[in-house]
Design a protein around this ligand. Structure first.
Ligand SMILES: [Zn+2]
Ligand SMILES: [Zn+2]
Length: 329
């Protein structure tokens, strides 16, 4: 069982070891040798100028508080992580409670994004009413908001996981807590049982009594899409990234989470590719299409640049046109 993206009631003790930012050599070592791979894959796993090294953490940032040592591609493979196979290859999303339009991120966009990101089929299940489940709740004394006990949710999800599921992920607009002594938790997962739950509640400014602002819908979709792939990545056995600015960086607070990019670094792309076996250029073309559709123009431009680096401008144009055309028909 792993705590994910947690914040606790008491100040955390800072570990005796402090985090050392990996140098260029260490970043390349984490990717591993790509000799013997196709030219396209060698370029896909080469950082070129498209990825920034992980920055030195500020005092309240994740790596200052949790000085993790990282997980290279080779360490990932050796850990024997769960992989989708012939029998279990569908990502299921289980909404818990209400997802009100205008307040919650659109489930269909989240489904579409996860499908493009992991190149797997993603299904959104009908929402579970919280009243009918045996889920312990409490009212958080600081925020005044209702909170759901994650362990009860995981117990419910374990009973409901489908035979063809790679994993079943509960998502909710309610706030969560993992045990009475904790203030809250963003999410929690059991990798062995292939279930997890996470909340988007704290990505909504209204949670803190702050006005939502004009660009709220896009901001919430970006934050939710980010947490969705980050937490789903843990289900594939990906540990936090300490090498580059990456969607799999740990985060301790909202500013840190907002500063993370939507894309993964070459170390994590290689892990996902090893696990899922997708076509890397095809996947980038699908992601670019999604980013254009929802107005994430910076991400669309980054993805297009990356695609051009891997397959060349002409082939990139052809792939993008094919994916866009398929989406219309
Ligand atoms: Zn995490
Ligand atoms: Zn990474």
């Amino acid at each position: 069982m792993g705590w994910v993206g947690a914040a606790i009631l008491l100040p955390m003790a800072v570990g005796a070891m402090s985090f050392q930012v990996p140098n260029r050599e260490q970043r390349l070592q984490a990717i591993g040798t790509t000799a013997g791979l196709s030219g396209a894959l060698q370029r896909a796993f080469a950082p070129a100028d498209d990825f920034e090294p992980v920055p030195a953490p500020g005092p309240s940032d994740w790596l200052a508080v949790h000085p993790e040592s990282g997980q290279s591609f080779e360490q990932f493979v050796r850990s024997g992580p769960n992989r989708p196979d012939q029998k279990r290859n569908i990502l299921y999303l289980q909404p818990l409670g209400e997802f009100r339009p205008g307040v919650a991120p659109p489930l269909d966009s989240l489904r579409e994004y996860a499908a493009a990101y992991f190149a797997l089929e993603v299904r959104v299940l009908p929402s579970l009413s919280l009243d009918r489940q045996n889920i312990t709740t409490r009212r958080n004394p600081t925020t005044g908001h209702r909170q759901l006990l994650t362990t009860d949710i995981l117990t419910t999800l374990k009973k409901r996981i489908a035979a063809d599921a790679f994993c079943l992920l509960g998502i909710t607009m309610e706030d969560l807590y993992p045990e009475p002594s904790w203030n809250f938790v963003f999410g929690q997962a059991s990798l062995r049982e292939r279930v997890g739950v996470y909340s988007f509640a704290r990505y909504d400014p209204a949670f803190y009594g702050v006005p939502r602002g004009g660009d709220y819908a896009r901001t919430l979709l970006r934050r939710s899409a980010k947490v969705l792939v980050h937490e789903t990545g843990h289900m594939f056995g990906l540990a936090h990234c300490v090498y580059f600015r990456c969607v799999f960086n740990g985060s301790n607070h909202l500013d840190e989470s907002d500063a993370r990019p939507l894309h993964e670094c070459p170390v994590d792309l290689r892990k996902l590719h090893h696990s899922i076996g997708f076509d890397v250029p095809q996947r980038y073309a699908s992601l670019r299409r999604f980013y254009r559709k929802v107005g994430f123009e910076d991400e669309a431009a980054w993805t297009h640049r990356r695609l051009e680096w891997i397959v060349g401008p002409e082939e990139a144009r052809r792939l993008v046109a094919t994916v866009d055309e398929d989406a219309k028909s």
